[in-house]
Design a protein around this ligand. Sequence first.
Ligand SMILES: Nc1ncnc2c1ncn2[C@@H]1O[C@H](COP(=O)(O)OP(=O)(O)OP(=O)(O)O)[C@@H](O)[C@H]1O
Length: 304
Amino acid sequence: MSDLELTDVSRWYGNVVAVNDVNMHIGPGVTGLLGPNGAGKSTLLSMMAGLLPPSAGTVTLDGQPTRGHVEMYRRIGLVPVQESLYDFLTGEQFVRLNAELQKIPQPKLAAKHAIGLLDMAEAADRKISTYSKGMKQRIKVASALVHDPAVLLLDEPFNGMDPIQRRHMMGLLTQFAEQGRTIVFSSHILEEVEQIARQVEVVVAGRHAASGDFAAIRRLMTDRPNQYIVRSSDDRKLASLLLAEPSVRGARLRGTNALEVEADDFGGFAQIVPKLARDNGIRIFELNPTDESLESVFSYLVNT
Ligand SMILES: Nc1ncnc2c1ncn2[C@@H]1O[C@H](COP(=O)(O)OP(=O)(O)OP(=O)(O)O)[C@@H](O)[C@H]1O
């Protein structure tokens, strides 16, 4: 069992509330911590790792606070977002250093094992400064895993990776989860989370906005009302026709040559517009969603 429990957790930096009254339960398997930049993901991960004290509330692993207990650090590995490593060390030296810090009885052996897990044996004696981004990411993971922790926390682990490196890292995280570990990774990219996370926790502006498996989160996102810009040969007439449709929530003229439309159901809307246009002799010049920024999707989730 390796269950992380966040209870009424807040963290502020001066006047900035980075994490606001979050309650979260994270069990074994892969959990994706999804949210836009500045949502509080790194702050949450640091608190889970016991590196940063919450300003209020508690973070526990199997009932024990993660902060201030040496034996807890033995059970948790954190892969921070920072790119800069000890570039002057070799990969092997870097991983071994962490093994020594963790006071593992046979640091050399443990380093070798972790490096092997990450498929980095061939590059282990090269300086980190010569590594690609994907290799740096992997050596960071090897270092976080060197003491064989039950919980692995990764901050934006796929950043800067090409698709092949990303797939490889996803395979590894899935494999670690299959060994019974609790894996939490942060991301601001829906597709990354969708591919490997069994459970998704969405954070927006420091708040816990949604929780569930990916299908549930996806549903929340696609069921939200969508906004579109439509340009046609007769915007006024098209607006009145659209307003008669049950799935259309609103339509108004924007400037002199565009319509702004809010509709519930994307698939239905995409079919209605051309049909109405054809039946009424209107030509459509443009039909585009306006509201597709990730931030707008996230803020919709916060308000549900
Ligand atoms: N040491 C700090 N001092 C002051 N404010 C901070 C500090 N660390 C984080 N913040 C602020 O707290 C909020 C949450 O930051 P955090 O880094 O946890 O978010 P994030 O979701 O990880 O974002 P990103 O993906 O951009 O790193 C932001 O408004 C950030 O500016």
